[in-house]
Design a protein around this ligand. Structure first.
Ligand code: UTP
Ligand code: MG
Length: 485
């Protein structure tokens, strides 16, 4: 069972029940606040009962401070004092964190046996008292208002949490066991001396890691959300041409091309060429554009949003017209072309992914003309709502919703284990509070992300564009392999 995270986790159990062992197998040392450990800090050792008062005072301070910051906090005490338990529960509520009680329900005899085997056993009558208290707590825990009460039996106290999903070979259609395809979105390019080698090595790694495709961001100046203005950001269609030469099985395309950058016919030509070069595996992500600065710097007009959205609609229509069979004239949806002569022909269908969450226009354009609509995953409730809006548009324009795929852009921090996750959060968060940054990036191990992705699949998402904020090398891409199992 996977517990909510971040969360307050209060352990309950007699000495020897296995509380500390359970916590150590699942949480970082910094996340576990232990009265025994604090007796060791403030007194002569974990068993220095004279230091109990001081230890609990510090424990309360640490627990309160961590919960206030929204950080996962595991309280490792006997957990038998109802007043303390309720106070921690209230503090979690105040900090907006779910509160979990974990009862280490180890049989009495096993607690006694383990206690007896320790260097400094708890005196037998004391342990007997604890075991009686545990029985009392067991009866009331469910009524205390915990979001979740977990009972851990003797057999699974020490068991490590479920091992990382086996990294199975990617299936041929590159759909994971979650029913999802994932596409690596590359938005930063720390390629040092050799751009070509870096790009092709990243692509080969994505291929090997089971990604269905690779998307390049399309900007003229690196955007502040990703890096600095002087970081390199290549022209994507040129770069994708080079990547095509690496001969991977990846679909290649952009996420997202601003409609303002190139006349739609030129984008159609670039994508058709890429399709021809890459075995028919090309796609176009396209949006209305938003980064005014890059337009000004490159002498590109940046009209008001309404005009850009009009242009977006005409662009999708124009591209589809040019890719369609034949060379006949086209005149519909505000686009008039005297002929649609476009060679090379695309070597396969070129899906158009319309990017953006504008409910009135963008989602409608996606519903009417797009093959997919790309949304953000920051908030699942909001995502579900937007999917509903998209489907309502589909209904409205008479399009079967199955023809418009829901894709999402996911910007997760992915760590090898819990410590690695938090080391990355600490390195990347800048001035953002750690808990806020972790929540925004869904910071987790591969297994944690797969749980979340399973929920996204349940909302109707079929493809995940994933851009990790610390992608630096091909090895970082290979480390994501488990996501595609
Ligand atoms: P813990 O030290 O985890 O128990 O395990 P605890 O509940 O935190 O105890 P207190 O309250 O701090 O005293 C107690 C002993 O039992 C062993 C541990 O290795 C440790 O020596 N243990 C624990 C097992 O043998 N198997 C388990 O599944 C868990
Ligand atoms: Mg302990």
């Amino acid at each position: 069972m996977r517990l909510p995270d971040p969360a307050l986790v209060v352990l309950v159990g007699a000495s020897g029940a296995g509380k500390s062992t359970w916590a150590a197998a699942r949480y970082r040392a910094e996340e576990v606040v232990s009265s025994d450990a604090l007796r060791g800090v403030l007194g002569s050792g974990p068993h220095d009962l004279d230091a109990s008062g001081d230890a609990f005072a510090v424990l309360e301070t640490v627990v309160a401070a961590r919960l206030r910051r929204g950080l996962t906090t595991v309280v490792d005490t006997l957990g038998l004092d109802a007043t303390r338990r309720i106070a921690w529960l209230d503090a979690a509520r105040a900090g907006g964190l779910p509160a979990v009680a974990v009862l280490l329900d180890t049989p009495d005899a096993e607690c006694r046996r383990r206690n007896g085997a320790r260097d400094r056993p708890v005196p037998a009558p004391v342990l007997a008292g604890q075991l009686r208290s545990v029985r009392d707590v067991r009866a009331v825990l469910d009524a205390e208002g915990w979001d979740l009460v977990v009972r851990v039996g003797a057999e699974d106290t020490a068991a490590t949490p479920p091992a990382a999903a086996a990294a199975a070979e990617p299936r041929e259609d590159r759909t994971s066991s979650l029913g999802l395809r994932s596409v690596l979105q590359v938005s930063r390019f720390p390629w040092d001396e050799d751009p070509l080698a870096w790009l092709t090595d990243v692509a080969r790694a994505a291929d090997e890691a089971g990604f269905a495709g690779l998307a390049l961001m399309d900007h003229l100046i690196q955007v502040p959300q990703v890096g600095r203005a002087w970081d390199p950001i290549p022209e994507p269609w040129v770069a994708l041409g080079a990547i095509a030469a690496a001969g991977t099985g990846l679909e290649l395309g952009t996420l997202c091309t601003p409609v303002t950058f190139r006349p739609a016919g030129v984008t159609a030509k670039a994508a058709a060429t890429l399709s021809a070069l890459n075995g028919g595996r090309a796609f176009v992500g396209i949006g209305a554009g938003w980064f005014e600065r890059e337009h000004a710097a490159y002498g590109i007009p940046f009209p008001p949003a309404r005009e850009r959205l009009d242009e977006l609609e005409r662009a999708v229509v124009t591209m589809k017209a040019l890719w369609a069979a034949g060379t006949k004239a086209y005149d519909d949806h505000g686009v008039a072309l005297p002929e649609t002569t476009s060679y090379p022909r695309p070597a396969g269908p070129i899906p158009v992914v319309v990017g953006g969450s504008g409910e009135r226009r963008t989602l409608r354009i996606a519903a009417r003309h797009g093959d997919a609509c790309n949304l953000r995953t920051t908030d699942e409730t909001e995502l579900a709502r937007l999917v509903g809006v998209l489907h309502a548009h589909c209904e409205d324009v008479g399009r079967d919703r199955s023809e418009v795929a829901v894709t999402v852009l996911d910007l997760p921090v992915v760590g090898a284990d819990r410590d690695d996750v938090w080391a990355r959060v600490e390195r990347l968060r800048g001035r953002t509070p750690a808990a806020t940054y972790a929540a925004r990036t869904h910071a987790a191990t591969v297994d944690g992300h797969r749980d979340r992705w399973a929920r996204l699949a349940g909302l109707g998402v079929s493809t995940i564009f994933i851009a990790t904020p610390d992608l630096g090398s091909p090895d970082d891409v290979l480390a994501l392999r488990g996501l595609n199992a």
